[in-house]
Design a protein around this ligand. Structure first.
Ligand code: GCU
Length: 677
C-alpha cells in the first residue's frame, strides 16, 4: 500500500463529531412513498451512522422520538420545513432530497435545533440548479496538468487514462455536496479534448458509474461536450446546426445517454471560445448552436448550459477599440428570446474572467427572456491558487445581492432564481426550473480535498450561498469553522475567523489595484505578479499604465462604451468619475496618478499603502497560526503553515513589484518613505 492509500481523506465539514447533537437523540424517519428512492437510503444511512456514533437510535416505527424526519405531500416543492413542538423537532419535506437537506440543516444547527424556542423555518433553495463544474481531464494535459486550473492534485474521477476503478473519493465528495444542497455536477473540462470527448459515447458506462454515486445525494450528472462531436466522434463532414444529419446525430447521442443514465442532467458547452469549436464556423449564431443540443436532450428532460464566455482571444494589443469586457453582451444580448426553454445561458459573474474584483456582468440584466445562470470560480485561479488564504464568500455574496436590473430593484439572486424579468412570460407551472448558479470546483485527489485546507471553506460557502444568496458570508464562515473543527478551543475558532474573514480584501490589497485586474504571471499559470505580463498580449487584458496614469477608459463619452451596456443607474454611476466606486475605478477609467479617491488618498498613494499594509496583515497570520500548534490536527496544521509561508513570500513579491513598477512609471515618491526598489 502506498503512503497515499494509508492517509485518510479529510472529513471536511462532516466529521463524526459534528453529528453529536443529532446522533445522541432518537430519530424517527418516515419516508412515505419515497422509501425506494436512493436518496432515502442515504437519509437512513446518515441517521444510522450518527446515532451509532453518539448513542441515539434510528426509530422506524411509531415509538417515542426526539426528532422526526417525515415525508409530507404538502411540504414545499423543494427544501424542507423545520418545526419544534412538544419537545420534538420535525423536518418535513416533499421528497427524500428535501429530507436529506433538512437533516443536514439540523446537523449545522447543532444543539440549537433542539432548543425549546426553535422557530418554525421554511427553508427553500433560491437557485433551482446549483451546480459545480469540474475542469478535469482524463489525460494529463502537458501545460494545464490533469485538472485545468486545479490546485489540489489530480482528478478524483480519472486516473491512468480512464475513469478510476476505485471511485470511493467520488462517493465521499457526493456526500459533501449533497450536505450543502448542490444538485448538479459536470464531471469534465469545458475545454473538451479528444479523449474526454468520448465520454459521450464509448465512455458512457463509466459516466453511469459516476452518476450512480452522485444520485443517492440528490446530485445529477452532466457532461461537457464538444460542439464538434458529430465530426470528431460521428465521422460526419460537418457540425452545422442546420444540417439534418447533425441534428439526427445529436438526437441519437442523447438517446443513448438517457438509455444509460435516465436522470442525466444535460450538457455544458463552451463554444467559439478560446479555440473551442462552435456554430460560427458555419455562419450560425449561439442560439442556433445551443438549440441544436437542447432539442436533442429535450425529450428526456435534459438541459443545456451554454457558456457566454465568448470573446476575441486573438486581439491586437494596438487596437484600442476592441474591449474584451464588451464581448459577452455584444454576442448574446441580441439573442435574448431566441434560446429554447431548456437552454441556460451560463454567464461569468464579471465581464472579464474571474478576477479578484470586477463589476457584475451586464449580460445578467440584459436578457429577461433567457434562462440565466451565474458562473463563479471556487477554484482560486486568480485568487491565490490555493496557496493563499482567500475566503471568497464575501465576494460571491456581493455579486449575488447586487441590485443590477430594473431600476436596481432586481438583484442577481432573483435572476438566478429565474424570477421572470420585465417582458418575459412567467414559466408555465410544472415546467422545468429556470435560472441557476454554477461554479468551477476546487477539489482534487489531495488529502485535504482542496490543497489548502482552508479552501474547503470556499466550497462550503458556495453551496450555502447557492441555496440562500442572502446568507451572511461571515456567519457561513463561522458555521464552517464550527463544523470542521468541532469542539475546538476558542483560540482556534477566533484565529481562523481572523485569518479568513477579510482575506479576500487582503488578497486584493496586495495584488492588482482598484479593479484593473490581471497583472499575473503568464509563465506561471497566472500565479504571482507580472505587472506587464499581459500588457502586449493577444488576450485583451490591459491596464494601460504610462508615466501619467493608469486604467481602462470604458466610458461612453471617451472610451470603449462598455458602461453603456448597463441599465440605469449603473451606466451613469460607472460613467462618472465622481460616482464610480473606488474599488472599480481603474476598471472603468484611465486616471492620472494624482487623482484623489473617495477615500481621500491619491491613486498612487493608495497603490503604495495598501500593498504594504496587506503584507503586514499576512505576515501577522503566520505567528497567529503557529500558536495553534497542538490545538488542531498536526498534518492540517503543517499544511496550512507551509502555505502561509508561501503566501507571505508571494504577497511580498506582489508588493515589491507593484510598488516599484508604479514608482518607476510615475516618478511619484511614496509619502511614507517605505522602501521602493
Ligand atoms: C479562463 C481560464 C481557462 C478556462 C477559461 C474558461 O480563461 O484561464 O483555463 O478554460 O477561463 O472559463 O473557459
Amino acid at each position: 500500500m502506498s503512503t497515499a492509500d494509508t492517509i485518510p481523506v479529510h472529513p471536511a465539514w462532516l466529521p463524526d463529531a459534528a453529528f453529536a447533537p443529532l446522533g445522541s437523540r432518537r430519530v424517527r424517519v418516515a419516508l412515505g412513498p419515497d422509501a425506494a428512492d436512493p436518496v432515502a437510503a442515504t437519509v437512513l444511512d446518515e441517521v444510522r451512522r450518527a446515532t451509532a456514533a453518539h448513542g441515539g437510535a434510528l426509530v422506524t416505527d411509531d415509538g417515542p422520538s426526539d426528532v422526526v424526519l417525515r415525508w409530507e405531500p404538502d411540504a414545499p416543492a423543494a427544501g424542507f420545513t423545520t418545526t419544534r413542538t412538544g419537545g420534538v423537532t420535525s423536518v418535513v419535506a416533499r421528497d427524500a432530497v428535501g429530507l436529506l437537506h433538512g437533516l443536514h440543516a439540523l446537523v449545522r444547527a447543532g444543539e440549537a435545533a433542539f432548543g425549546a424556542d426553535h422557530p418554525t423555518v421554511v427553508d427553500t433553495p433560491v437557485a433551482p440548479v446549483r451546480m459545480l463544474d469540474h475542469w478535469d481531464n482524463i489525460d494529463v494535459h502537458p501545460v494545464m496538468g490533469q485538472v485545468e486550473r486545479g490546485y489540489a492534485g489530480g482528478s478524483i474521477f480519472y486516473a491512468d487514462g480512464r475513469v478510476r476503478d476505485d471511485l470511493s473519493r467520488v462517493a465521499a465528495y457526493a456526500r459533501l455536496l449533497g450536505s450543502i444542497g448542490i444538485n448538479a455536477v459536470a464531471i469534465n473540462n469545458v475545454n473538451v479534448h479528444r479523449t474526454e470527448a468520448r465520454l459521450l459515447t464509448d465512455g458512457l458506462s463509466d459516466v453511469a458509474r459516476v452518476a450512480d454515486l452522485f444520485r443517492p445525494h440528490g446530485v445529477r450528472t452532466y457532461l461537457s461536450v464538444s460542439f464538434a462531436s458529430p465530426v470528431v466522434l460521428g465521422g460526419l463532414p460537418t457540425s452545422d446546426p442546420a444540417d439534418p444529419d447533425v441534428q439526427a446525430w445529436w438526437a441519437a447521442a442523447a438517446d443513448r445517454v438517457y438509455a444509460t443514465i435516465p436522470d442525466f442532467g444535460g450538457f455544458v458547452v463552451k463554444a467559439d471560445s478560446e479555440g473551442q469549436p462552435g456554430p460560427f464556423a458555419y455562419g450560425r449564431d449561439h442560439a442556433d448552436g445551443a438549440n441544436l443540443l437542447a432539442r436533442a436532450v429535450a425529450p428526456h428532460g435534459g438541459t443545456v448550459f451554454w457558456r457566454a464566455f465568448v470573446y476575441n482571444h486573438e486581439q491586437d494589443w494596438r487596437d484600442r477599440r476592441t474591449d474584451r469586457a464588451r464581448a459577452a453582451y455584444d454576442h448574446f444580448a441580441p439573442l435574448d428570446g431566441r434560446f429554447d426553454d431548456n437552454v441556460v445561458l451560463q454567464v461569468k459573474y464579471g465581464p472579464m474572467d474571474f478576477q479578484t474584483r470586477e463589476p457584475v456582468s451586464p449580460v445578467l440584466a440584459a436578457m429577461p427572456r433567457t434562462r440565466l445562470a451565474v458562473e463563479l470560480q471556487v477554484t482560486q485561479e486568480y485568487t491565490g491558487q490555493q496557496q493563499h488564504v482567500c475566503y471568497l464568500g464575501p465576494l460571491w455574496s456581493q455579486v449575488l445581492t447586487f441590485p443590477l436590473a430594473d431600476g436596481a430593484t432586481r438583484d442577481v439572486a432573483s435572476i438566478v432564481a429565474g424570477v421572470p424579468g420585465p417582458g418575459a412570460d412567467a414559466p408555465p407551472s410544472g415546467s422545468t426550473p429556470t435560472g441557476g448558479i454554477t461554479a468551477v470546483s476546487n477539489v482534487g485527489d489531495d488529502e485535504f480535498w482542496t490543497g489548502h485546507p482552508l479552501a474547503q471553506a470556499n466550497l462550503y460557502a458556495y453551496g450555502r450561498l447557492a441555496w440562500d444568496p442572502q446568507a451572511d458570508p461571515v456567519a457561513l464562515l463561522d458555521e464552517w469553522i464550527g463544523l470542521t473543527f468541532p469542539g475546538a478551543d476558542r483560540r482556534v475558532r477566533d484565529t481562523l475567523h481572523t485569518l479568513m474573514d477579510g482575506s479576500w480584501l487582503t488578497y486584493e490589497a496586495y495584488t492588482a489595484p482598484l479593479g484593473v485586474g490581471f497583472m499575473v504571471d503568464p509563465g506561471r499559470q497566472h500565479y504571482g505578479p507580472n505587472v506587464d505580463g499581459y500588457e502586449y498580449s493577444k488576450w485583451g487584458t490591459y491596464h494601460f499604465a504610462d508615466r501619467d496614469g493608469v486604467g481602462v477608459d470604458r466610458t461612453v463619452a471617451t472610451g470603449t462604451g462598455y458602461t453603456g451596456q448597463y441599465p440605469s443607474p449603473w451606466r451613469e454611476t460607472y460613467e462618472d468619475l465622481a460616482t464610480c466606486p473606488d474599488e472599480l475605478l481603474l476598471f472603468f477609467h484611465h486616471v492620472p496618478y494624482g487623482h484623489v479617491l473617495h477615500s481621500g488618498r491619491t491613486v498612487i498613494q493608495h497603490v503604495y499603502d495598501s500593498r504594504a499594509d496587506a503584507v503586514d496583515v499576512v505576515t501577522a497570520w503566520v505567528d497567529a497560526w503557529s500558536a495553534l500548534r497542538g490545538l488542531v490536527d498536526d498534518r492540517l496544521h503543517a499544511r496550512v503553515a507551509e502555505r502561509l509561508a508561501e503566501q507571505v513570500r508571494s504577497a511580498t513579491e506582489w508588493r515589491d513589484q507593484v510598488r516599484t513598477y508604479f514608482f518607476r512609471k510615475s516618478g511619484v515618491p511614496d509619502t511614507t518613505g517605505r522602501p521602493i526598489h
